[in-house]
Design a protein around this ligand. Sequence first.
Ligand code: ATP
Length: 273
Amino acid sequence: SKAALFDAENKVKITFNDAAGLEEAKEEIKEIVDFLQNPGKFTTLGGKIPKGALLVGPPGTGKTLLAKAVAGEAGVPFFTLSGSDFVEMFVGVGAARVRDLFKQAKEKAPCIVFIDEIDAIGRSRGKGQMPGSNDERENTLNSLLVEMDGFSTDSGVIILAATNRPDVLDSALLRPGRFDRQISIDKPDIIGREAIFKVHLKPIKQHENVDAKKLAAQTPGFAGAEIANVCNEAALIAARRDKKAVDMADFQDAIDRVIGGLEKKNKIISPEE
Ligand code: ATP
């Protein structure tokens, strides 16, 4: 069905408070909230509002969350499209899907269009292409470029895209008037991890020995997605142990389990194993 071609959310509840840490990125991206809420203020002196920004950073660090929070803070609809959905697509479908998305976005403006894993569509020609899927990927990329150039900056549509591989992107995407701004989102430091733990501890029934600071110290290298995972695992482990509240021992085991999962994943994707 048409509705399944992309995802649209009219009332976004996520706000900047849901994306913990990321203070610098939030500071930069707040500008986009202003553009959506008060475009006239910025165009009055002849300036052009940017069409898009690229969120760059490792998986699970909150890029999607932050893009959604922009829509939530501005009170505008959020359209999503994932680049990886285009990888095995029949000829013509990807390009049509992009056109369809922009048509609807323009009707619903002001709004955010979010393209996750844009590198799956936006890889520069000749870099690590998958055989067989090149033509359609290129069609899709071209239709994205055409759409981006086709709407005026005062249309109220702002495109956010996420990638962890900015190096492979086709330079056409990064030209002025397209994704000419980059916002980098790094893995959290110990302070950031503590803040993220505090967000994900909120819904959990905790024993009084649970300490977000200690948990942050025990999880170097973890991204937000892994921290969310630890909190959920800990609650499940404690429940299995018939506990009344989740305690530090449960968190310890949850951390070990998540580390184990990461190691397994790295083994599978690492070519020298
Ligand atoms: P990917 O590149 O894999 O799509 P991403 O950077 O878009 O990852 P998100 O999808 O935003 O990451 O994060 C996944 C989940 O991890 C979020 O729904 C949230 O539960 C948690 N998370 C990630 N970063 C943060 C953060 N900074 N604060 C709170 N929760 C976070």
